[in-house]
Design a protein around this ligand. Structure first.
Ligand SMILES: Nc1nc2c(ncn2[C@@H]2O[C@H](COP(=O)(O)OP(=O)(O)OP(=O)(O)O)[C@@H](O)[C@H]2O)c(=O)[nH]1
Ligand SMILES: [Mg+2]
Length: 190
């Protein structure tokens, strides 16, 4: 199994944004499990993940096969303060806008128990406005029972009818294998 290697972390314009390599990026609320998910897909503990929110502070690039997996800081990290929240938000907006059409696919990571928040709705609007193809990863499904899960997935599908919703748990490994495939076929469909 191939694994990913860390290339670099950026906070603004960088030549890596123009090197023509396709990018699959994970966005979502702080603590939704983006870095953990990336590690699980990458087959190695390359991205820093953890209990404390606000773990990821830069836009981190990992080479995986012919593409980059990109780990972004999460939004909505309350204790980070207004400054931190605005900087993070600006960085995410910049990153999404800086990508040329056709080079980016996004995995929007949700904590399924929390569901879609207003900050996620802002993100979804942004992805729609910029025509960025995305799939929704309904994460941490180990925290829900079967009926809670189907309810939650239905709610997500109702709000985001254009996107595939993929239940996943890094804890149990559920859904792990389908995610990269779904992201890649979303990317090829561009
Ligand atoms: N129960 C459960 N916990 C998870 C799962 N995935 C991640 N976590 C936990 O959630 C916490 C946050 O994980 P991270 O991967 O650091 O989250 P993040 O979205 O990268 O957070 P930021 O970098 O702050 O944006 C860690 O304590 C993980 O162990 C999961 O599938 N199930
Ligand atoms: Mg992270």
């Amino acid at each position: 199994m191939q694994s990913a290697t860390f290339i670099k972390g950026i906070t603004g314009d960088d030549i890596i944004m123009r090197d023509g390599v396709k990018q699959v990026a994970f966005v979502g609320r702080s603590n939704a499990g983006k870095s953990t998910l990336l590690n699980s897909i990458a087959g190695a503990e390359v991205a820093r993940a953890g209990k404390k929110q606000g773990k990821t502070v830069e836009v981190n690039f990992f080479k995986y096969g012919k593409m980059y997996l990109v780990d972004l800081p999460g939004y909505g990290f309350a204790q980070g303060g207004l400054d931190h929240r605005e900087r993070t938000r600006d960085m995410i907006i910049w990153y999404l806008g800086a990508n040329r059409k056709g080079s980016l696919t996004v995995g929007l990571v949700l904590d399924t128990k929390v569901g879609i928040t207003d900050l996620d709705r802002d993100m979804i609007d942004m992805l729609r406005d910029q025509n960025v193809p995305f799939v929704v990863i309904a994460n941490k499904v180990d925290k829900l029972n079967q009926s809670e899960l189907s309810r939650a997935v239905k709610d997500i599908e109702h709000e985001v009818p254009e996107a595939i919703v993929l239940p996943h748990s890094a804890k149990t490994g559920k859904g792990k294998n389908g995610i990269l495939q779904a992201l890649l076929s979303e990317s090829r469909a561009q």
